[in-house]
Design a protein around this ligand. Structure first.
Ligand code: HEM
Length: 442
């Protein structure tokens, strides 16, 4: 890792926006197009004004490599944004920093290794088969909801074990959704004076108390039982020279893993199914590859990666610049909130000709290619903070697509333009993705 450079270069251009409030209206409407317009007129790095907040949007693959890899020490998770996230969701690994992050990473990394992730495969397959069996025959389905429910159930079972009772799974899912429903509004409104009436605050406190109580009880139970095969049990019994993690740390890790693992993968599955339904010419070759049952499935892997390019679920990856620096010749002031934007990096026409086109051929030889920068594809981030669940997410996506496409052929159930992406914590469609599933001949 290199040392940060002293600031040089010119101030970055500013995204067009209204005086005083900047691009806030576009962001609040969840729209992405203004980002693309700014990318086209100002270039891949520009300043975004959101009312009182200013951020630097980075849509350049090489600048992303500077931030995540080469000068990672200068781009941390400090500052207002991350303090807010920690206050609301705790100090799980993705929101932690410094010594705490190093310790958690060392304890947790082994639990996400390939062999252990493979151990979840029978449970993943059984859960997906159960969800497919419940699909209504011949009626269009709300694919967004189906994928969300499936991934929520899978993530809770990975955390708690395949034998966790449905009543407990339901309590965890419901208490977590109640908490997350309050998090985004609270992040935006938390700086308002405390005397202003805010009904959301009481709801947040209630949801948080329920999540704490449920998870702490589960953790105590897992401590009593000894090591099991689920992820939370593996974390409960993981130790280093300082001993085991505290109950509170384990609770925060469970909250973070659920947040990081379920909406992202659920959204990605729904977007990929929509893309496949919109490109029916690809389906016979894909289904033939799956029916052949070979060990390698290059077209399936390529479709998943191309889906993640067009719809990267992690919309912005935030960092705080510690010291003054420069990126692509533009100065970056210490303290700046830097938002690395996979959505823009994945649409850079220098690396992705016809960027809006779904073309899995781009990935047929794997994720990286000589003719594009290393970080031209960054749905999972990069560097030391790269997604720990990448292998697990790819396995879940592969199994869900394979098992579904071996039984059904998806088709669009509605005419007209497809749902558009909406800016949110994860990349969601602006209306449900509705698909018809045509049973395949046995
Ligand atoms: C398609 C699905 C997924 C996507 C696109 C995704 C994306 C990301 C991204 C972009 C980051 C890096 C954030 C940063 O640099 O600040 C991240 C971190 C992380 N993700 Fe994922 N993720 C996915 C699925 C999962 C799953 C299934 C799990 C676990 C069950 C998971 C666990 C984590 C963890 C623990 C981190 C924190 C790593 C650290 O800070 O050291 N993710 N993810």
């Amino acid at each position: 890792m290199n040392e940060p450079r002293l600031s040089h270069g010119t101030p970055p251009p500013r995204a067009p926006g209204l005086p005083l409030i900047g691009s806030l209206p576009g962001v609040l409407r969840g729209q992405y197009r203004f980002l693309e317009r700014a990318f086209a007129t100002e270039g891949p790095i520009f300043e975004l004004r959101l009312g009182p907040l200013t951020a630097l949007v980075v849509g350049d693959a090489e600048a992303a490599e500077e931030i995540f890899v080469k000068r990672a020490r200068n781009y941390d998770k400090g500052g207002e944004f991350w303090n807010g996230a920690r206050e609301l969701l705790g100090r799980g690994i993705g929101a932690s920093e410094g010594e705490l992050w190093r310790r958690q990473h060392k304890l947790m990394l082994p639990k996400f290794q390939r062999a252990l992730v493979e151990g979840y495969r029978p449970m993943i397959d059984a859960t997906i088969r159960g969800a497919i069996d419940e699909l209504p025959a011949e009626t269009p389905i709300d694919c967004t909801r189906w994928c969300d429910d499936l991934l929520s159930l899978l993530t809770v079972r990975i955390l708690l074990g395949s034998d966790a009772p449905m009543s407990l799974i339901r309590t965890v899912r419901e208490s977590m959704s109640a908490l997350f429903a309050q998090v985004l509004p609270e992040m935006v409104l938390r700086k308002l004076p405390p005397w202003l009436p805010r009904p959301g605050r009481a709801r947040l406190a209630k949801a948080r108390a329920l999540v704490d109580e449920t998870l702490l009880e589960i953790i105590a139970d897992k401590r009593r039982r000894g090591p099991g095969e689920d992820l939370l049990s593996a974390l409960v019994h993981a130790t280093d020279e300082a001993g085991a993690m505290s109950d509170e740390q384990l609770r925060d890790e469970a909250i973070f893993i659920y947040t990081a693992g379920y909406e992202t993968t659920g959204a990605s599955l729904a977007w990929t199914l929509m893309l496949l339904a919109r490109h029916p010419r690809l389906l016979p070759a894909l289904q033939e590859e799956l029916d052949a049952g070979g060990d390698t499935k290059p077209l399936l892997h390529a479709c998943i990666r191309e889906g993640l390019r067009l719809y990267p679920p992690g919309t912005m990856i935030p960092r705080r610049a510690v010291d003054d620096d420069a990126l692509c010749g533009y100065s970056v002031r210490a303290g700046t909130l830097v938002l690395v934007c996979p959505w823009l990096i994945h649409r850079d026409p220098r690396w992705w000709p016809r960027p809006e086109e779904f073309d899995p051929e781009r990935f047929i030889d794997g994720e990286s290619r000589q003719d594009r920068p290393r970080l031209a594809w960054v749905p999972f981030g990069a560097g030391q903070r790269i997604c720990l669940g990448k292998g697990l997410a790819l396995l879940e996506l592969e199994r869900a697509l394979e098992l579904l496409l071996s039984r059904y052929t998806p088709a669009l159930a509605e005419h007209g333009p497809p749902p558009a992406a909406r800016l949110s914590t994860t990349l969601k469609p602006d209306r449900p993705i509705v698909l018809s599933l045509r049973p395949r001949a046995a």
